[in-house]
Design a protein around this ligand. Structure first.
Ligand code: ADP
Ligand code: MG
Length: 641
């Protein structure tokens, strides 16, 4: 090993030696190769870019989806005298400029950004002139459409890394199957020999699963919690309402339990998280929203109250247990009743073929440069927002569209002094400009509203000047500023030869993804119904072959778990008649579409269903407990009647 690498590790980071996998990655990067690091959470991935960042000339750009984690890392680096900065949406215009000045002057060694940052043209312009020694992508599995957490913005990152001439790339993730790792390597042009994977198997985790019926689940859960010595515990559930109801039941039984999900206010979430971090017996009943930022080493138990939606999710969730290396238990309470909800999530994302065709014709009927409110567009075409963004990204990658900097259409401000007092601080043309600007604003109660685009037209100036002026006044405490109504800009680069063919192609891509998701659920079932060592099976899913059974998982200890077969749902004659009547009704015309009808019956909302208030209809979700495929078969039978 190079002498200076070890010296830097010791002097700058205070570590005696490398952890598994770190050394080949750091050395590979320093030698100029792009690398991938697949280490379990807590394995020390960050060091793989932090150390080279100090040794390479130029800046290291770290792309990470989590603002909260960025803050923690930057503080930790500051304590080691390493200059790191972040660019996120909370920075004011002045702060942004200061950071970019420091980056250009070479003071900043690490710059953290969220993947969406690359959609910003101003950022793209300024970063173009900076020498990027290393482009590090955290949570790199998000690039893969076949991974469990696909994010459309990630798909464009490889292109940006090339465009900005990043000298090398580091892709980091805790969970990647072989297929996903191949996607990552292909996307970022990483040679297979530079992809470093460390051991997945963690001997201190005991994996248990058992079949539990819906009716006895709560009883079983509290029995398990009582019979085991208390310790920090996470109980994962699928739905927000389940998190709340289970936490309440446990509280009533005297457990120190709280719930956590994405539907809570930020302060409430922070409070619960902090409570848990400082507790040695706390139980958090949570959806998957709880986890990414949790760095607690002594979590003793992770329960799955519902089936996880993939083995990757499962691995990540149980991976939070026992980071201190002490024995910890992960137990899954399996019931096939969970499958309906999980399947509905998947099928509910799939838009109807008509919706995709409608989207394509609307897009290519636009002006060469246009902008969209994605939420309105999503509602208009009945395509969920994430799916819409995915489709737009496909079109960008295939060269039909190019995305530009998003902007806000609605600015509101509240003067913190009278407009006279503000104007008095300026002279000549500037004073006149601001005076005119204030005249363009419409007063509500204490807030004024202004559409900078429209105001720019009237005032015959460019929009940018208006934004700068408002930002400046806000930075100088003369007014308070709020923005809303984000709009996304696009340019049409080319038209498809056939809009129909393009829509078909996109639609089949969506169906392929849907099938992959369903396949993932199937793998969870196979895992739960496993007849051999569960630890070995999970390791094999992540391409690690265990020489022998672990000896301490549920199957090794107690033998196999068999789930009672999944029951077919019942659609009564009475319900059938009501549904028939409903689709003949005038007002329910959108239910003529079999796709929309299926979602309606199983209780999956879509932009159109909620807009037309059909989600409040008594028959909405009437077939909630019937598997989706069975609902589809039923619909086919009534449509052919
Ligand atoms: P990951 O991103 O893989 O989840 P982190 O980069 O957050 O993991 O590292 C987890 C912990 O391990 C951190 O507290 C970090 O300081 C520590 N760590 C990393 N590398 C080493 C090392 N070589 N020796 C000792 N501790 C290390
Ligand atoms: Mg990390």
């Amino acid at each position: 090993m190079q002498e200076n690498i070890l010296t830097t590790l010791q002097s700058k980071f205070g570590f005696d030696s490398f952890r598994p996998g770190q050394q080949p990655v750091v050395e590979g990067l320093i030698a100029g190769f792009s690398c991938a690091a697949v280490f379990p959470t807590g394995g020390g991935k960050s060091l793989c870019y932090q150390l080279p960042a100090l040794m390479l000339p130029g800046v290291t750009l770290v792309v990470s989806p989590l603002i909260a984690l960025m803050k923690d890392q930057i503080d930790a680096l500051a304590a080691r005298d390493i200059v790191a900065r972040r660019l996120d949406s909370t920075l004011s215009a002045d702060e942004y400029r200061d950071v970019m000045d420091e980056v250009r002057s070479g003071q900043v060694k690490l710059l953290y950004v969220a993947p969406e940052r690359f959609n910003n043209e101003r950022f793209r312009e300024s970063i173009r002139h900076v020498s990027i020694a290393l482009f590090a992508v955290d949570e790199a599995h998000c690039i893969s459409e076949w991974g469990h957490n696909f994010r459309p913005d990630y798909l464009k990152l490889a292109g940006f890394a090339r465009e900005f001439k990043a000298q090398r790339i580091l892709a980091l993730t805790a969970t990647a199957t072989q297929k996903v790792l191949e996607d990552i390597c292909r996307g970022f042009d990483i040679k297979p020999e530079h992809a470093v994977r460390t051991g997945f198997y963690r001997p201190n985790l005991t994996l248990l699963s058992e079949a539990v019926s819906e009716e006895t689940k709560n009883e079983r859960l509290s029995a398990l919690l009582s019979e085991r010595p208390p310790g920090p515990t996470i109980i994962y559930v699928t739905l927000q309402k389940t998190a709340e109801s289970v936490a309440e039941i446990l509280q009533q039984q005297g457990f120190a339990a709280r719930f956590y999900h994405a539907g809570m206010k930020d302060e409430q979430r922070t409070e619960t998280q902090e409570w848990f971090m400082n507790s040695d017996q706390g139980i958090v009943v949570a959806t998957i929203a709880f986890g990414m930022g949790i760095d607690k080493s002594d979590i003793r138990y992770v329960y799955h109250y519902n089936l996880p939606k993939s083995l990757e999710n499962y691995a990540q969730e149980i991976g939070r247990a026992g980071r201190d290396g002490k024995p910890s238990t992960c137990q899954l309470l399996a019931s096939l009743d969970d499958m309906n909800v999980l399947e509905n999530f998947v099928y509910g994302d799939t838009p109807s073929p008509d919706a995709v065709t409608g989207l394509i014709s609307a897009l290519f009927a636009q002006e060469p440069h246009f902008d969209l409110n994605l939420y309105a567009f999503s509602a208009q075409h009945d395509i969920r927002i994430l799916v819409l963004r995915t489709l737009l990204t496909y079109l960008e990658l295939d060269g039909y569209l190019q995305g530009g900097t998003p902007f806000y259409a609605d600015y509101s401000f509240k003067p913190l002094m009278s407009s006279q007092e503000i104007l008095q601080q300026f002279q000549g043309e500037r004073r006149q400009f601001l005076g005119n600007l204030f005249k363009q604003a419409q007063k509500a109660r204490s807030w004024f509203h202004i559409d900078p685009g429209a105001a720019a037209k009237v005032m015959n100036c460019n929009r940018e000047r208006i934004i700068l002026a408002l930002d400046w006044l806000a930075d100088h405490q003369m007014l308070e500023l709020k923005v809303a109504g984000v709009r996304h800009r696009y340019s049409l680069l080319k038209k498809p030869d056939s809009a129909m063919a393009l829509a078909d192609q996109l639609y089949s891509r969506i169906i392929k993804r849907e099938q992959a998701e369903i396949q993932r659920l199937q793998q969870v079932l196979e895992f739960v119904e496993n007849y051999s060592c569960q630890t070995a099976m999970l390791a094999a899913h992540f391409d690690e072959k265990m020489e022998q059974a672990c000896g301490h998982c549920g199957v090794c200890l107690n033998g196999k778990t068999a789930l009672p077969p999944r029951e077919a749902g019942i659609i009564s004659e009475n319900i059938k008649q009501q549904i028939n009547r409903l689709i003949d009704e005038e007002g329910a015309q959108i239910l003529q579409n079999s796709h929309v009808l299926a979602r309606f019956l199983c209780g999956v909302s879509s932009p159109q269903l909620s807009k037309s208030k059909l989600t409040k209809h008594p028959l909405f979700s009437v077939l909630e407990s019937v598997p989706f495929k069975q609902i589809q078969a039923f619909i086919d039978s009534i449509i052919q009647r």
